[in-house]
Design a protein around this ligand. Structure first.
Ligand code: LLP
Length: 425
């Protein structure tokens, strides 16, 4: 995180709080979240899109405090389930600043969105359009965006590529499915088409791809005007803005992204003689990934025959499934004491019953790393706690907010009682 400071004794402080003190007080593993860092990134996105809307993608990480920070910083919120909506509501997040996503929203999700005044629903199938027309109350027409698959490849991991045809999200621009969805909504008096949406995928660092998508979407808006005589006012270009996970890795700078995306939309609109749409972007990872760090305690160390140290910690794939799912690569560093002697090639491995449970395969750690040492893995604020599991019935770690030298739990550590609560057989 931006406020991380190395101390002469080898400790690291984040938000003015020493990680050793956090570990001592709250135990390990623990997710530490730098509140000021989150807020700073919210403001950077707001500045980058001054006339647009920045909707934080709650799937990256959501709890009531996070929803309050997002609300206070003037962002909107993208939820993708009745569960995320329930947490947002518990934080009194305003419905008029929420939108709902999902390729398979259940009737329960849709009803929750309609009941709670979620401003916009992003429709992703013909079935959903029909379902919404049936569910729509007589008093208010649901406001819809059509999720368009623009046929633009963001060149990221296949599991998080969503801008191309053939994957499960969106209605294809190329096949005409998107145009058909627009027709069906416009033909439904009970539904209100307010715009278009696309999302290319996640952890994308190629701004050209976002610009290409923006141009295609504007061209589609122009076609809708030509065919139907209406111009839906909103254009939502999704999220997916990449961040650097390890030292020296590039991430997208929000200011550059904002300039280029707004420029591309402005030019394309001028070319088609369209009024400028109200732009939305939906960053998740770019808001919260780098604000998080996970602290683990070393449980055991082995020497592999290839000379590497196998450093096993008290967490693993249950708190960070990303290396296993996407080949994601992290750094790990010793905190809390100075490193004596040289460093060694090491694999930081988890505690779970799978050989694939490797957190950092290519770490460098002090040769004398030993049980009891603390390791910090940076850049774990997005898609870690939100994707955590109870594999091997390991309780999920807490999320602790640090700010101005203080630490407070946002989500407490899971207990064995929590695990047993649902076991009702
Ligand atoms: N908007 C939509 C419609 C999305 O589906 C997503 C992410 C976002 C915005 C936010 O994307 P972001 O800015 O965070 O990249 N679990 C994966 C990432 C899955 C992303 C899913 N959708 C990972 O850990 O890399």
């Amino acid at each position: 995180p931006a406020t991380a400071r190395e101390r002469p004794d080898g400790d690291v402080s984040v938000g003015g709080v020493r990680l050793t003190a956090v570990a001592q007080r709250f135990g390990t593993p623990a997710h530490v979240l730098d509140e000021e860092d989150v807020r700073r990134r919210c403001r950077a996105f707001r500045r980058a899109f001054p006339d647009g809307e920045v909707a934080y993608a709650g799937k990256a990480f959501l709890c009531r405090a996070m929803a309050r920070w997002i609300a206070e910083e003037g962002l909107s919120l993208d939820v993708c389930s009745a569960g995320e909506l329930a947490v947002a509501r518990a934080a009194r997040f305003p419905g008029e600043r929420m939108l709902m996503h999902g390729n398979a929203k259940t009737p329960e999700d849709l009803r929750a969105a309609l009941d709670h005044g979620v401003d916009r629903i992003v429709v992703d199938s013909f079935h959903e359009i029909a379902r919404l027309a049936a569910l729509a109350p007589d008093t208010a027409r649901p406001r819809l965006l059509v999720r368009v698959t623009p046929g633009v490849d963001g060149r990221t991991h296949a599991a998080v590529t969503t801008g191309t045809d053939g994957q499960k999200f969106g209605l294809s621009l190329a096949s005409g499915a998107a145009a058909e969805a627009v027709r069906r909504i416009l033909a439904q008096r009970r539904l209100d088409l307010v715009g278009l949406h696309c999302h290319l995928g996640s952890q994308i660092t190629d701004v050209d791809a976002f610009e290409r998508a923006a141009r295609r979407m504007v061209a589609f808006l122009a076609r809708i005007r030509d065919e139907h005589g209406v111009v839906p006012p909103r254009l939502d270009l999704g999220g997916g803005f990449g961040v650097g996970y390890r030292d020296g890795e590039p991430g997208l700078d929000p200011a550059t992204l904002g300039d280029r995306l707004r420029g591309a939309v402005r030019e394309a609109c001028a070319g088609h003689r369209l009024p400028a749409p109200l732009l939305t972007v939906e960053p998740g990872r770019a808001i919260v990934a780098r604000a998080g760090v996970t602290v683990y305690r070393v449980v055991s160390v082995k020497h592999a025959p290839d000379g590497r140290l196998l450093v096993a910690v008290d967490g693993g794939m249950s708190d960070n499934p990303r290396p296993g799912l996407y080949g994601a690569r992290y750094e790990a560093r010793l905190v809390g004491r100075r490193c004596l002697g040289g460093d060694r090639a090491a694999a930081v491995v988890g505690r779970h019953c799978e050989a694939g449970d490797v957190l950092v395969g290519d770490a460098r750690l002090p040769a004398d790393v030993r049980p009891g040492d603390l390791l910090a893995v940076p850049c774990t604020g997005a898609y870690h706690h939100s994707m955590a599991s109870n594999y091997n019935l390991v309780p999920r770690p807490p999320v602790l907010a640090v700010r101005d030298g203080g630490v407070r739990p946002l989500v407490r550590r899971e207990t064995f009682d929590d695990l047993l609560t649902r076991d009702v057989g």
